[in-house]
Write a protein of this length. Structure first.
Length: 1103
């Protein structure tokens, strides 16, 4: 009996699409393991499809991608989750795990005659797949709405908002689907006009408020600043969340949520806003930087819980309002911000039942809310007549205030509605008959929280009070630690959750939180009980324990997990340090910073870390243990070095001294490696001399991270010296060690420095691959510098490949982003492709005007003094200031020679040779160009060799040897074609003119034969050919060196002002002969009169 393949589902179909990340690079790098891994990937897809009643459409999917079809969206979503889980646990043959991007979409399709799905649904699914990253699963909101029931509790949905997919007019709602324990943070989606979306995703529905939302949405359209005002617990935050989700489609750059509730001091407001809008900077975060970052964006900025920092919040929002015309602000606060064009909307209570028997209970928003929340506690709850009346009374007593209603509903599991109503009636009798203004509503909320508090057992009340110590969210483990590790503590916390006095913030890691109105009440009770110092001191102790445990993981494979946990607790750390500094526990504040300096650095908060250490004061050292003193200086040195702050070298010296004092050789070695990272740019020879011993010391101390980091500084030293070829084996070793450790910072260091090397070695495809890869590697570090370096290298390649206009736009935007963020370390790297692009577009004057003011700062390190010095000379030459260009190149030549940087020596020699050639000083030009060629050939830098072959080919033409020129041009053209190079910065016109002259000097056959002969040569053979032709020269046909000895004498006498008769007498020749000589001289030199000739001769005498 033969089995038949089941038909493809038709009609409304759900699709799961997959695509392997970086598949091309894997095929190039490790083809055999990749073949096996790809086969296993397809097998996993088939196995998952079989389990969930799906079928892979083998007729579709190109390359390393797959398309699978399912009759039910729930099955498709479940299959996508299982697929990512299987991919994460598979033992792959390649050196890196195979990572796939997955997309899930559903819609109506039809199958064509050859069994392929067709229609708009497939287009949307394909574009959705392209938007994602390796390891990420994206689903359309359509698929989620149809199949949400197929997901278990261990899967988390993050609403990424609407995005415009390429080629699709209407925005598509996108949801990220993340299984427990899987990567949850990814770079921005690859969508047209990618929207930033950081909105909370509430776990309960919004009951009522439809009319309120319509009003608010209209106000957002008509006013720059909308402040939602009301008492704590009235539903401001929930309304703002829903409003943002409803209106996000109006803003091309999306919506950003800023929660100020955990902020403990006004100075942290700007940092919190900056982090929310994606401004991660090692520089000082200021309102001005935030405004500059947002200036060109069209987005919704939601600032929640402004009341306790209202002045600073208002100042920040006012600055955005004044300078960011397309940013709309929605704020929530207990009082207005008092800004111009601010519209204030006060939150009304939910409507309450009016009928005594509760007949209209479910016709009112408050009635529907309380019943829905009861059903969450008691599924299947049905409201009978008596309960209706009791619940109606509850709604009236609580004035329709959402938080109060939720607290009351949480008690239904243990207290029937009639008893609940009776107790509330007794509790709230003092409020009966009062007004319904905001003060009365606030009293109602406080009374409802107090009522819930009084119903707690004593141990629950204590837990409630002490948990107010947390700022923001916290883990169950942290809560138990705070409560003295009492075995009953977890039970008490769970009971607070059931009573809605805590909320469960479910996500990749379970975290709990007190809503702000409840936390304020709990903190007051904590103070009244006299327990504040003990509780907050215990909270500080817990923060130290947490940050030390996580800080230790920052140099290992679990760095991204540790960073995510530290992120979640940042508000707790800030609150704990602030309390410590006000309670004579400065040493503990220093311990928190010192335990995890890389957290502050990799999250763009290095200056904040420095500020905390500075607030601890210099005397803090005597309060620390010797090992802690070492840690303190380590943090000081790392933070200062990252921000280029003065004093980093002193911090290193102090750290070395402290480490030696306690015999910590490993720490001492780390300090030296840290210093070498900066020293590589200014004193590379010392770094190279010390690298091997330092690395051995790190290995002896069992410190693989800093042993690998020493390879970073050693490769940087070789790069500073122009020895990109010698950096290759170091980077190979760094790659192996980085992969073994599994650390993204080390991987980013290798990728970024490799891009520098690959560009010099002419591996342009590898540079572009690095630009694609760097974003994935650094996605969870939020460090922009390494990315900028790689993108700048790719941009230099793009200019050479004819894309100068695109590079100008891209690098201008990148430059603005770095300047806005105060990240100046890689400004020179970004400047290089900008300068090349401007020169290539004929805008050399603009290049000079834009970057000359930066020159003094570029000169601060040897590396940039040489590299940017040659670039500056090139700009001067391109704008016609030849004398200044020559002086600048000679200055670089002298310093590069002293520093033994042969590559920059050769670059300076080339430009000086170009200047000589243009001035028709052919012999000197040839000498310089050959010296440069010998160096670049020895180093093995193909495109630099091609530059020189083209110049030497031009000199062959200048000397009347077009056949030799054709061969050299052909050899260069072959290398240019291999690398896709079509532009020669500053020399494109000269090249084109030389090729045109060559075509005029040779017939088509001779030109083609010579060009083809050159194209067949390997570069070393072409260099050898150029070398053999050196010195075998006829006199050139033009230029000063084309003049005969007699013509040189005639020209000199013309320059001295002699007439033809006077020259004839001086040289004993006929006047007609003198006239002929003068005409010949003018023709050879391309001049038209004696005045020009006199000036030309004066130049020759001077030069």
């Amino acid at each position: 009996m033969t089995s038949t393949v089941p038909p493809l589902p038709t009609g409304i179909v759900a699709f799961v699409l997959t695509d392997v990340e970086e598949s091309t690079a894997r095929w190039e790098r490790t083809p055999e393991p990749m073949a096996g891994d790809l086969g296993r990937h397809l097998a996993i897809v088939d196995e998952v499809c079989a389990r969930w009643d799906g079928r892979r459409a083998v007729e579709q999917g190109a390359g390393d991608s797959t398309v699978s079809a399912f009759a039910r969206a729930s099955d498709a979503l479940a299959a996508a989750v299982e697929l990512q889980r299987a991919m994460a646990t598979e033992a792959w043959a390649g050196t890196d795990p195979l990572r796939v991007r997955v997309a899930v979409h559903a819609g109506e399709v039809h199958v064509d005659a050859v069994g392929r799905y067709q229609g708009p649904t497939m287009n949307r699914a394909g574009r959705l797949l392209q938007a994602g990253h390796g390891g990420q699963t994206l689903a359309s909101t359509t698929a989620i709405e149809l199949g949400r029931g197929g997901l278990d509790d261990a899967v988390h949905l993050v609403d990424l908002g609407p995005h415009r997919l390429r080629g699709i007019d209407e925005p598509v709602g996108i949801v990220q689907v993340t299984p427990d324990g899987h990567q949850a943070s990814f770079p921005p989606l690859r969508t047209a006009g990618t929207a930033a979306v950081t909105l909370p995703h509430p776990d309960s529905s919004l009951v009522g408020r439809a009319d309120d939302l319509r009003v608010l949405a209209d106000l957002v359209d008509r006013h720059r600043v909308l402040t939602i005002v009301g008492a704590g617990g009235c539903g401001k935050t929930r309304l703002a969340i829903e409003l943002a989700h409803e209106t996000i489609g109006r803003f091309p750059h999306g919506a950003v949520w800023v929660d100020l509730a955990p902020v403990t001091g006004t100075e942290a407001v700007a940092a919190t806003v900056a982090a929310a809008v994606g401004l991660h900077s090692s520089a000082e975060v200021t309102v001005e930087r935030i405004v500059s970052h947002l200036a060109d964006r069209s987005m919704l900025l939601v600032v929640d819980n402004c009341e306790h920092v209202i002045d600073r919040a208002a100042t920040t929002i006012a600055a955005v309002q004044a300078s960011c015309p397309r940013v709309q602000v929605v704020a929530t606060s207990r009082e207005p911000l008092a800004l111009s064009d601010e519209v204030v909307w006060r939150v009304p209570s939910l409507g309450t039942p009016t009928e005594a028997d509760g007949g209209d209970l479910l016709d009112t928003d408050s009635g529907r809310l309380v019943v829905e929340r009861i059903r969450r506690v008691l599924p299947g709850y049905d409201v009978d007549g008596e309960d209706r009346a009791a619940l109606a009374e509850v709604c009236r007593r609580l004035d329709g205030i959402p938080l109060a209603l939720e607290l009351a509903a949480a008690r239904i599991a243990t207290m029937p509605p009639r008893e609940l109503a009776a107790r509330l009636s007794e509790r709230f009798s003092l409020l009966a008959g009062g007004s319904r203004d905001s003060v009365a509503r606030q009293r109602t909320i406080e009374a409802s929280v107090a009522w819930s508090y009084q119903l707690l057992e004593p141990d629950e009340q204590r837990a409630f009070r002490w948990l107010s110590s947390f700022a923001g969210s916290f883990t169950m483990a942290a809560a138990v630690h705070l409560l003295d590790d009492d075995r009953r503590a977890e039970d008490a916390v769970e009971r607070l959750l059931r009573c809605s006095l805590l909320v469960d913030r479910r996500g990749p890691v379970r975290r709990l939180q007190m809503l702000e109105p409840i936390r304020w009440f709990a903190r007051e009770r904590l103070i009244e009980a006299g327990e504040a110092d003990r509780a907050l001191g215990r909270h500080l102790d817990g923060c130290i324990v947490a940050v030390r445990g996580l800080g230790a993981a920052l140099e290992g494979a679990q760095v991204t997990v540790a960073l995510a946990e530290l992120d979640r607790d940042l508000d707790n750390f800030r609150a704990a340090m602030d309390w410590a500094l006000h309670h004579e526990r400065a040493a503990d504040a220093a311990r928190i910073v010192a335990a995890a300096p890389w957290f502050w650095i990799w999250r763009g908060r290095a200056l904040e870390g420095q500020r905390w250490l500075r607030r601890c004061g210099p005397e803090v050292e005597r309060l620390l243990e010797p090992a802690e003193v070492v840690d303190r200086w380590w943090a000081e040195a790392a933070l200062r070095m990252n921000t280029s702050s003065p004093g980093w070298d002193e911090a290193v010296r102090n750290g070395v001294t402290s480490a030696r004092a306690r015999g910590d050789q490993g720490a001492e070695a780390r300090f030296h490696v840290l210093r070498s990272l900066a020293q590589a740019f200014s004193d590379p020879h010392t770094v190279l001399a010390e690298a091997d011993p330092l690395r051995a010391r790190c290995r002896a101390a069992g410190d693989p991270y800093w042993a690998a980091t020493s390879l970073v500084s050693e490769s940087l030293a070789q790069i500073t010296l122009g020895r990109f070829d010698l950096a290759v084996p170091l980077l190979d070793q760094l790659r192996d060690e980085a992969e073994a450790i599994g650390h993204p910072q080390l991987l980013a260091d290798e990728i970024s420095r490799r891009a520098l090397v690959d560009r010099r070695l002419g591996r342009y495809d590898d540079v572009h691959r690095a630009a694609e890869r760097i974003g994935h590697v650094t996605a969870e570090l939020t460090e922009v510098n390494a990315q900028a370096l790689v993108h700048a290298q790719a941009a230099l390649v793009d200019v050479a490949q004819g894309r100068a206009a695109e590079v100008l736009d891209q690098m201008d935007a990148l430059m603005r982003r770095h300047v806005d963020a105060g990240e100046y370390g890689y400004i020179p790297s970004i400047a290089l492709p900008l300068i090349d692009a401007l020169i290539d577009l004929g805008r050399a004057d603009e290049a000079f005007d834009r970057f000359e003011p930066f020159w003094e700062s570029f000169r601060q390190s040897l590396s940039w003094r040489l590299r940017m010095g040659n670039t500056r000379a090139l700009v001067l030459h391109a704008r016609g200031d030849v004398e200044a260009a020559g002086e600048a190149a000679l200055e670089v030549l002298a310093e590069a020679t002293e520093a033994a940087n042969e590559h920059e020596v050769a670059n300076a020699e080339r430009l000086l040779g170009v200047i000589d050639r243009d001035a028709q000083r052919y012999a000197r030009a040839e000498e310089r160009l050959h010296r440069a060629l010998e160096i670049q050939a020895r180093l093995g830098y193909p495109q630099y060799i091609a530059d020189l072959l083209e110049e030497l080919a031009g000199i062959e033409l200048d000397h009347g040897r077009p056949d030799a020129a054709a061969v050299l041009f052909g050899a260069s053209a072959s290398e240019r074609t291999r690398a896709g190079v079509v532009r020669r910065i500053c020399r494109q016109r000269t090249y084109e003119a030389d090729v045109e002259r060559l075509a005029g000097a040779l017939d088509a056959d001779r030109l083609a034969q010579g060009w083809a002969r050159g194209a067949c040569l390997e570069l070393p053979d072409a260099v050898d050919l150029a070398r053999r032709g050196r010195g075998r020269r006829r006199r050139p046909t033009t230029g000063w060196e084309s003049l005969t000895a007699t013509e040189v004498k005639v020209a000199a006498l013309v320059a001295d002002g002699r007439t033809n008769p006077e020259i004839a007498d001086a040289l004993i020749m006929g006047r007609a002969t003198v006239k002929t000589h003068v005409s010949t001289i003018l023709r050879k030199l391309g001049l038209t009169n004696r005045t020009q000739l006199a000036a030309f001769v004066s130049e020759q005498r001077a030069g």
